[in-house]
Design a protein around this ligand. Structure first.
Ligand SMILES: Cc1cc2nc3c(=O)[nH]c(=O)nc-3n(C[C@H](O)[C@H](O)[C@H](O)COP(=O)(O)O)c2cc1C
Length: 455
């Protein structure tokens, strides 16, 4: 504890910590944090909260494997499960949340890192493992421990200006992205607004996309002969940079936040590429993407996420940026029959709000492309030599979808990610089927297309 810390330091410096150092936490410190938590107000002063402190590795393991809790809890020295008498839902969430708020500030005061966590899995599983009676409602888990160096160094997640949330007298104008799947109902401005805050929802540089090993191998194969200097468009979580051959690479992101995200991701996943990497933010008013010479422009699984006007502008600027003889390489998911069925089923089951699934994971909207429409747009942007091929009639990310579904079931509908890999008859069958499918060319029947355009 730093005796110089003021209340303002504590409030302003608190941030979520998701990776912890090896030191355990003295139980007396946990006790002090919980005592401070009990200073929080409650409805009618009921104080009907309970704090279950879990430090034992075997219990954490059971929570992960049996209740589908976020695998992060394995690495947290202390897990506090916060519950509240559940006779009244509103009071339970209000009372417990205020206690959690106090806990987080108390942890910051005592020099500990903390993470409030709602991806704790299935309520029934957690209750069974920890012996929590059915009369209780689980609010969330709070992970506690000493931050590791990376977590300590991480900058704070940006906040929206207060003016955006402040309404004088009555609810006024509110900025809200459309949160629909269809990219054409988003604009460059709403995409940027969304990404600026949302891309930092977890640790900076964490890989966000849902990609299969096959799709990754395809990227590596297609990029293997590419010429440099190259430019990668909308790199966002930087998850494909490690598949690029080595050479001078410039990445262009939509916002400063996503640009920082790309750099952090590359730092973690492909540090050897850093000396040759530069990174800027897309300038929609500039005629080119980059002032220097560029031999190759890549867009790897990004086209599906862009409104058509942004897409068309990027094509035109790519054409203007490329050297004569230079190449644009696009890899994107394509609306083949299986993907159409998949997306129709997702939207039917979860509804039109893209936030109800993990699909929008920080970039925003999502819609597999249509090849003939895209080729038409590329021609209009100036490209005359366009070749394309399709792969994977059965979408290979079905393997991931299968795992997400298992996590969804196991967590009683509360999460899809942070999962243990589970082996079932269906997942094993699917792996075999996809391995059998391999990399055969599938033309318009493919769920992924590779488009190559020469200037
Ligand atoms: C109730 C609650 C539940 C949360 N659940 C998770 C979670 O399951 N996983 C996670 O990584 N972060 C979780 N967070 C952390 C938020 O992502 C984080 O608070 C937010 O991005 C703001 O960052 P900051 O806490 O560093 O200021 C949760 C936060 C709250 C308040």
């Amino acid at each position: 504890m730093d005796p110089q810390k003021t209340f303002l330091d504590v409030v302003r410096n608190r941030k979520s910590i998701r990776s912890f150092g090896p030191d355990g936490v003295d139980p007396s410190v946990v006790r002090r944090i919980l005592e401070l938590a009990t200073n929080a107000p409650t409805n009618c002063n009921q104080q009907a909260w309970n704090f279950i402190v879990v430090t034992d590795a075997a219990t954490k393991e059971r929570l992960v494997t049996e209740a589908a809790s976020n695998t992060n809890i394995r690495r947290a020295p202390v897990v506090v499960v916060v519950t509240y008498d559940g006779w009244n839902f509103k009071e339970a969430i209000q009372g417990a949340s205020l206690a959690v708020g106090h806990m987080l500030l108390a942890a910051e005061y005592y020099g500990l890192g903390a993470l409030p966590m709602n991806s704790y899995g299935a309520d029934s599983g957690v209750k069974y493992i920890l012996g929590i009676p059915d009369t209780e409602r689980i609010c969330c888990f709070v992970l506690l421990g000493y931050p590791d160096t990376r977590a300590e160094k991480a900058t704070k997640v940006p906040r929206k200006p207060l003016a955006e949330a402040l309404h004088e007298g009555a609810f006024g104008h509110s900025r809200r992205p459309p949160f629909v799947y269809d990219p054409d109902r988003w604009t460059l401005e709403t995409l940027r607004y969304h990404q600026r805050y949302y891309c930092r929802k977890t640790s900076l540089g964490k890989e966000m996309d849902i990609m299969s090993g096959h799709e990754r191998v395809l990227v590596k194969r297609e990029l293997s002969g590419m010429r440099f200097p190259a430019l990668d468009l909308c790199s966002y979580d930087g998850s494909f940079i490690r598949e690029f051959p080595h050479g001078p690479l410039h990445t262009v992101d939509l916002t400063e936040e996503t640009a920082a995200y790309t750099l952090a991701a590359v730092e973690q996943q492909a540090p050897h590429t850093l000396p040759l990497l530069t990174n800027t933010v897309y300038d929609e008013h500039a005629p080119r993407l980059f002032p220097g010479a560029v031999q190759t422009v890549t867009m790897i699984y990004r086209l599906e996420r862009l409104p058509s006007d942004v897409r068309k502008a990027l094509f035109t600027k790519t054409y203007a940026t490329l050297e004569r003889g230079g190449e644009l390489i696009i890899i994107a998911r394509h609306a083949n029959v299986f993907l159409k069925i998949f997306f129709t089923a997702v939207k039917w089951y979860f509804g039109p709000d893209v936030r109800t699934t993990g699909i929008y994971a920080f970039f925003g909207p999502y819609r597999p492309i249509r090849i003939f429409q895209t080729v038409g747009e590329l021609r209009r942007a100036g490209f005359s030599t366009i070749a394309w091929s399709g792969y994977f009639p059965i979408p290979t990310f079905y393997e991931q979808v299968c795992q997400m579904f298992l996590q969804y079931r196991k967590s009683e509908g509360s999460s899809y990610l942070h999962r243990e890999i589970r082996s079932t008859v269906i997942s094993r069958l699917l792996s075999r089927l996809l391995a059998f499918q391999g990399f055969l060319r599938a033309g318009v029947c493919g769920s992924v297309v590779v488009i190559r355009c020469k200037k």
